[in-house]
Design a protein around this ligand. Structure first.
Ligand SMILES: Nc1nc2c(ncn2[C@@H]2O[C@H](COP(=O)(O)OP(=O)(O)OP(=O)(O)O)[C@@H](O)[C@H]2O)c(=O)[nH]1
Ligand SMILES: [Mg+2]
Length: 242
């Protein structure tokens, strides 16, 4: 439950995002209308990302040299002081101006998490392979965990700090995002979506290794489901029943 905003901590993992990070953080700094802190968790980039962030007085830079998207987010969240945490990529693909709307939705619905879904994006900027992979994963997730989400692979989320502190997350890489949704479903934490727009990456390379991540995500979903009380827990709290 999130009924007020004390501070919003925006946590941004970066690995070689020198062409994208400045626009991302300055847009958040100028546009986000709630009290905020911006935390960039950099994986010891070699392209100048760290140097760009270090020079900005409105950003905190944390170096997390261990590899992994999930590990970077965990480190950022451990250092976050806000009662709401926003996670978003530093690659310029998400519309960070929508953070305000996500927080408004969170307050309006008392949700524990608001996800920005790219499935209604008029630009259709998601690549075909990512779209198909996402659809398959999301269909499995919704079915096995009794949920109604449309974009489980969205890395753009506003999350109650109190709620995320209550779940244990072990995945260190891309499967971290799915593991979070599994644990939230099991705990009965409410998750809602708002539509967002999406852009293709302008600079730098994707770090997603589709095949490896796909296997890790499916294995996380199956392991989570094999926990004997999953259906009882997730169905009890399912949005189908609200
Ligand atoms: N600190 C840190 N950040 C990472 C690591 N891997 C990925 N990131 C960052 O996490 C975010 C998500 O990774 P992306 O490469 O954009 O993955 P993606 O969104 O599936 O791929 P695109 O379609 O290219 O956007 C980006 O901001 C990356 O720079 C890592 O090992 N350490
Ligand atoms: Mg990305």
């Amino acid at each position: 439950m999130t009924s007020k905003v004390d501070l919003v901590s925006v946590v941004i993992p970066t690995l070689n995002e020198a062409g994208n990070i400045l626009e991302t953080v300055t847009t958040i700094h100028n546009d986000l209308s709630y009290p905020k802190e911006i935390i960039v968790v950099d994986g010891d980039s070699t392209d100048g990302t760290k140097e760009i962030v270090k020079d900005l007085d409105f950003c905190r830079l944390i170096i997390e040299p261990r590899r992994g998207y999930g590990l970077a987010l965990k480190t950022g969240m451990r250092n976050a002081k806000g009662n709401i945490i926003v996670m978003v990529d530093g690659d310029g693909t998400y519309e960070v101006r929508h953070i305000n709307r996500m927080i408004e939705k969170m307050l309006e619905t008392d949700a524990d998490m608001v996800l920005a879904t790219r499935m209604y994006d008029p630009n259709k900027a998601m690549g075909l392979m990512n779209f198909i992979g996402n659809k398959v994963i999301t269909t499995f997730y919704d079915f096995f965990y009794s949920q109604l989400l449309s974009d489980t692979q969205s890395g753009f989320r506003a999350i109650s700090h109190e709620a995320i502190d209550k779940v244990k997350l072990n995945e260190g890489d891309m499967a971290y995002a799915t593991e979070m949704l599994i644990q939230f479903a099991k705990e009965g934490f409410s998750m809602v979506e708002i539509p967002t727009t999406y852009k293709a990456r302008k600079y730098g390379k994707p770090k997603l290794r589709r095949f490896k991540s796909g296997i890790e995500i499916f294995s996380t979903m199956v392991r989570g489901f094999l926990d004997a009380s999953t259906i009882r827990k997730t169905w009890k709290n399912s949005p189908y029943r609200r």
